[in-house]
Design a protein around this ligand. Structure first.
Ligand code: NDP
Length: 246
């Protein structure tokens, strides 16, 4: 029996990067997995097909995290189609860099909508379906705890908010047997932050290990929290950052 047999997971932003790696890892561990995406329909479909090829149920759904109705609709659709929801992974996120004078109001709104409001609304919609053993796992950032360079204020503020969300919800949902945690990745090689990008060497220098992590590194920690092994971990911030905050 695989660890997550019979469980249903919803991974937001599962078409690329950490979300895609997480979706595949949870399926490998036995779960049926739904991924959301915004623009990358083909890549999301590919992930869903890979999950199906593993013998699990996979489903890719376009749902803009910035749209509250789409958030609610996709959670309801998962519950209807699969009859349950056990694991919510709030992964979809958007970056924003630049000096505070240059950040437009639309950027502020977009980052807060996708990185803060959406995880809240996904959790709010999911609690109607999560039962004993349920899991809410949010992808924060090491920038929630240490901002080692200028220009990331908005993004850091949005990721710091995931900590309050996590701790508050852990208290609220603990009595129902649901755990809530946040993972803080460091530099992870994805489209958002390529290991050969202009700021990559600087970021390597911030780590203790001297290298980027992979999306699979983060997915492995999600899988640990999602399974029975994670049952006594809640309200926690878990760094998968190569030592950035060390
Ligand atoms: P990527 O940019 O590689 O992938 C982002 C994913 O989120 C894509 O699947 C994208 O969908 C989806 N997405 C973005 N906006 C929306 C939206 N409005 N609605 C639905 N889906 C959306 O990011 P990463 O894998 O690097 O990042 C994953 C998470 O990790 C994010 O929360 C990010 O902030 C965080 N993080 C990343 C770090 C890094 O170094 N990479 C470090 C610390 C934290 P589509 O393909 O359709 O656009």
């Amino acid at each position: 029996l695989a660890k997550l047999d019979g469980k249903v997971a919803l991974v937001t932003g599962g078409s690329r990067g950490m979300g895609a790696a997480t979706a595949l890892r949870l399926a490998e561990d036995g779960a049926d997995v739904v991924v959301t995406y915004l623009g990358s329909a083909e890549r999301a479909e590919e992930i869903a097909q890979k999950i199906t090829a593993m013998g699990r149920r996979g489903w890719a759904v376009r749902a803009d995290s910035a749209d509250p109705q789409e958030v609610r609709n996709v959670v309801a659709a998962v519950a209807e189609r699969f009859g349950r929801l056990d694991i919510l992974v709030n992964n979809a996120g958007v970056g924003a860099v630049g000096p505070i004078e240059d950040v437009a109001l639309e950027d502020v709104d977009r980052v807060l909508e996708v990185n803060v409001r959406a995880p809240y609304l996904f959790a709010q919609a999911a609690v109607a379906h999560l039962g004993e053993g349920g899991r809410i796992i949010t992808i924060g950032s090491c920038l929630a705890n240490r901002v080692a360079f200028a220009g990331a204020t908005l993004y850091a503020a949005s990721k710091a908010a995931t900590v309050g969300l996590t701790k508050g919800l852990a208290r609220e949902l603990g009595p129902r047997g649901i755990t809530v945690n946040v993972i803080h990745p460091g530099p992870i090689d994805t489209d958002m932050n390529p290991a050969d990008g202009p700021g990559a060497d600087f970021q390597r220098g911030l780590t203790a290990l001297g290298e980027f992590g992979s999306a699979a590194d983060v997915a492995a920690t999600v899988a640990h929290l999602a399974g029975e092994d994670g049952r006594y971990i809640t309200g926690a911030e878990i760094a998968v950052d190569g030592g950035v905050v060390a």
